[in-house]
Design a protein around this ligand. Structure first.
Ligand code: PLP
Length: 390
């Protein structure tokens, strides 16, 4: 009954385990969750207020498909200020219901059947199915723990064929927390120009970064005309459920994405777009406070993990995930995650959910309280004591 295109796609493994943890909690089990893919902070007050005001004013109708011009202007300003990139808000910016929708539209806009799209691996769970739904072929470029999960130009070059159409860049990275290096991105940009590739740069964690400067690949020489930069409000402003994201790219690509959007979702939610303006133009204090808190939690979690026998974890430079190596315990990561959930009451995401290179790893989100992090560490330590490791 179901079309091949959809049958090719696996269900989201991250949603699977979080659902199981929630079900156990609902049964009254004491579960500490490090599974979250969203900040545990509330949306800042001034952003909420702008939404209430918009609804009160009756701003409840369809908007232009690419989003209200006021928000597209604020987004263009943001690109100028933060990323030294200049975009025409009328032609080169689109507002979408979540960064995820922008990513899907971007992939649909550039992929012909059989085209290969490079994806650095381990990778965020939705890239592979999105490429499959677009009838493209996902091709993975490995990144390794002992290199801090950086994406190297050498590994990218190895995977380029005459079918390669584009590359997905995700820095700061989910699940590894890596921030790709400027010198690597420069050489990857040269490869994109040499082989006529389009970069889709998912910068949703741009603002959640610790000791590094964020680099937009579109700002590197020759890249503005061949990059679709994706960003959104979910992580920086704690607005995951609001569904608001955006993309900037040359007019031809934005027009193509707009065609998909017009015929699928029509437009992003009207009053949520007003709140987006408030988020970008209003005070950034809540964001800064959240990042300070994430940094403290990261240090406690990562140091704690490295103290556990047989476990190693590189210090993530961005996002709010630790990607820790448990391969000494020799289990498949789905089994290990299940065991930790059932025996220790700790919910984590199996590394293999992020591609086969994630096998042996567990992703732990520190978008949860310091108390939860410390409790989880204790429980994991105790649970692992009873397990043999190599
Ligand atoms: C790497 C990455 N890109 C995109 C998204 C989706 O963001 P949004 O909520 O804006 O659709 C997520 C959310 O988890 C993510 O981790």
């Amino acid at each position: 009954m179901v079309a091949d295109r959809v049958n090719r796609v696996a269900p989201s493994a991250t949603l699977g385990i979080t659902a199981k943890a929630k079900a156990l909690k609902a049964q009254g089990k004491d579960v500490v969750s490090l599974g979250a893919g969203e900040p545990d902070f509330d949306t800042p007050e001034h952003i909420k207020k702008s939404l209430y005001d918009a609804v009160e004013e009756g701003f409840i109708y369809y908007t232009p498909s690419k989003g209200i011009l006021e928000l597209r202007r604020a987004i263009a300003e943001k690109f100028k200020k933060d990323n030294s990139l200049s975009y025409d808000p009328e032609k080169e910016v689109i507002v979408t219901p979540g960064a995820k929708q922008a990513l899907y539209e971007a992939i649909l806009a550039i992929t012909n059947p059989g085209d290969e799209i490079l994806i650095p691996s381990p990778f965020w769970v939705s890239y592979e199915p999105m490429v499959q739904l677009a009838d493209g072929k996902p091709v993975f470029v490995p990144t390794y723990e002992d290199e801090g999960f950086r994406l190297t130009p050498e590994d990218v070059a190895k995977e380029i064929t005459n079918k390669t159409r584009g590359i997905i860049i995700n820095s700061p990275n989910n699940p590894t927390g890596a921030v790709f290096r400027m010198e690597d991105l420069r050489e990857i940009a040269e490869l994109c120009a040499a082989y006529d590739l389009i970069a889709i740069s998912d910068e949703i964690y741009e603002k959640i970064i610790y000791d590094q400067e964020h680099v937009s690949i579109a700002s590197l020489p020759g890249m503005r005309e061949r990059t679709i930069t994706i960003n959104g409000f979910s992580k920086a402003y704690s607005m995951t459920g609001w569904r608001l994201g955006y993309a900037a790219a040359p007019e031809e690509l934005i027009t193509a994405m707009a065609r998909v959007q017009e015929h699928s979702v029509s437009c992003p939610t009207s009053f949520v777009q007003r709140a987006g303006v408030a988020a970008l133009e209003g005070p950034q204090d809540d964001l800064n406070a959240m990042v300070r808190e994430f940094r403290k939690r990261r240090d406690v979690l990562v140091d704690g993990l490295n103290e556990i026998e047989g476990v190693t974890c590189v210090k993530p430079e961005g996002a709010f995930y630790a990607f820790a190596n448990f391969s000494a315990y020799g289990k498949d990561s789905f089994k290990l995650a299940e065991e930790l959930l059932e025996k220790a009451g700790v919910a984590v995401i199996p590394g293999a959910a992020f591609g086969s290179l994630g096998e042996g790893y567990l992703r732990m989100s520190y978008a949860t309280s310091m108390d939860n992090i410390m409790e989880a560490l204790e429980r994991i330590k105790k649970a692992l004591k009873g397990m043999h490791h190599g």
